[in-house]
Design a protein around this ligand. Structure first.
Ligand code: FES
Length: 158
């Protein structure tokens, strides 16, 4: 056997033996519970748990007041097709403010740090209302309508 043939043979053998492991590693194994029924996550595309359904007035539930108060914020990166974050309105403790979590500098997703939003990419800072506190960003975060209704937090992105 020539050296080239040997390396081709060994290379094919490595691919053949590692392919099943690679396929298994990429296959979904988590299960999700939707409406009380446990389903394979690969089969949950028809009604993903994170997809909100808008009401006739355009508002959709992004979370509960309990979740907001426990975490200090509500964030959803696929809320009605937008990246949305909700925090308590610092000017009115019973109200909420919602905005895009996309940094206006170059599009990274900002993090809520308890009193302000901080962009992990270039450290721009934004107030709880989305105003720029520190650059390089120069534009405020985009705002959305938000309200509390009963024990749920509603946001309207359109
Ligand atoms: S992307 Fe946010 S500061 Fe640059």
């Amino acid at each position: 056997m020539k050296r080239r043939d040997f390396f081709n043979f060994v290379g094919l053998g490595l691919i053949a033996t590692s392919l099943p492991v690679a396929i298994a590693a990429c296959s979904p194994t988590e299960t999700a519970e939707i409406d009380g029924a446990e389903t394979d996550s690969a089969d949950a595309t028809a009604a993903p748990a994170t997809e909100a359904a808008a009401r006739d007035d355009g508002f959709a539930e992004i979370g509960t007041v309990a979740e907001l108060d426990e975490a200090g914020f509500l964030a959803n990166e696929s809320f009605m097709g937008e990246k949305v974050v909700v925090v308590r309105d610092p000017a009115n403790a019973t109200a909420v403010v919602a905005m895009s979590s996309v940094c206006t500098h170059q599009g990274c997703v900002v993090d809520w740090q308890g009193a302000e939003f901080v962009c992990p990419c270039h450290q721009s800072k934004f107030s709880a209302e989305g105003a720029v506190l520190k650059g390089p960003a120069t534009e405020p975060l985009a705002k959305y309508e938000a309200m509390v209704e009963g024990d749920v937090v509603l946001v309207k992105v359109a």
